[in-house]
Design a protein around this ligand. Structure first.
Ligand code: HEC
Length: 118
C-alpha cells in the first residue's frame, strides 16, 4: 500500500511539472528592442518604423538572411550582423553600422522579430 501511494505521488508530479517562477519578469519584445536600440536611425521595417535610410530596409530579411554567408543560418547571420557588423558588409553599403550593446534576451527577441517581418 505504501509503495502504491508513493508511486501515485510520483505520477502526479510527473504530470504537473513545477513551472519556473516567471511572475514579474516581462518577456522581451523584439519590436521594442528594435525601436529603442538605435536601429531605426539607420534601418526601416515596413509598418513599424520607416525613417531609417542609411542601412538596408530589413522588412524581408528572412528571405535573404539564410543565403548571405555560407554556413550561417538566417538566425546566425542576423545575430552576427548585430554582434559583429563588420564581419559581412552588404553590397553597396560601407562599414557604417556600429556594434550596439544588447543582452542575450534582447538579441534573441530582436532576431525573432526581424526574421518575421514581411
Ligand atoms: C549608424 C547606422 C546603423 C545602425 C544604428 C544600425 N545599423 Fe544595421 N546596418 C547598417 C548598414 C550601413 C548596414 C549595411 C552594411 C553592413 O552590412 O554592415 C547594416 C546592416 C544590417 C543588417 C544586415 C542586413 C542585410 O540585408 O543583410 C542587419 C540584420 C542589421 N544591420 C541590423 C541592425 C540592427 C538590429 C540594429 C540595431 C540593434 C542596427 N542594424 C543598427 C547601419 C546601421
Amino acid at each position: 500500500m505504501v509503495v502504491l501511494l508513493a508511486g501515485a505521488t510520483v505520477a502526479v508530479y510527473a504530470y504537473h511539472p513545477i513551472e519556473p517562477d516567471t511572475a514579474g519578469v516581462a518577456p522581451v519584445d523584439g519590436q521594442v528592442v528594435f525601436l529603442t536600440s538605435g536601429c531605426t536611425s539607420c534601418h526601416s521595417v515596413d509598418g513599424v518604423s520607416e525613417t531609417g535610410q542609411i542601412g538596408p530596409n530589413l522588412t524581408y530579411l528572412a528571405d535573404r538572411a539564410g543565403t548571405r554567408v555560407e554556413g550561417l543560418t538566417a538566425g546566425e547571420y542576423v545575430r552576427q550582423s548585430v554582434l559583429e557588423p563588420q564581419a559581412y558588409i552588404v553590397d553597396g553599403y560601407g562599414e557604417f553600422m556600429p556594434t550596439l550593446p544588447l543582452d542575450t534576451a534582447e538579441l534573441d527577441a530582436l532576431v525573432e522579430f526581424l526574421l518575421t517581418q514581411r
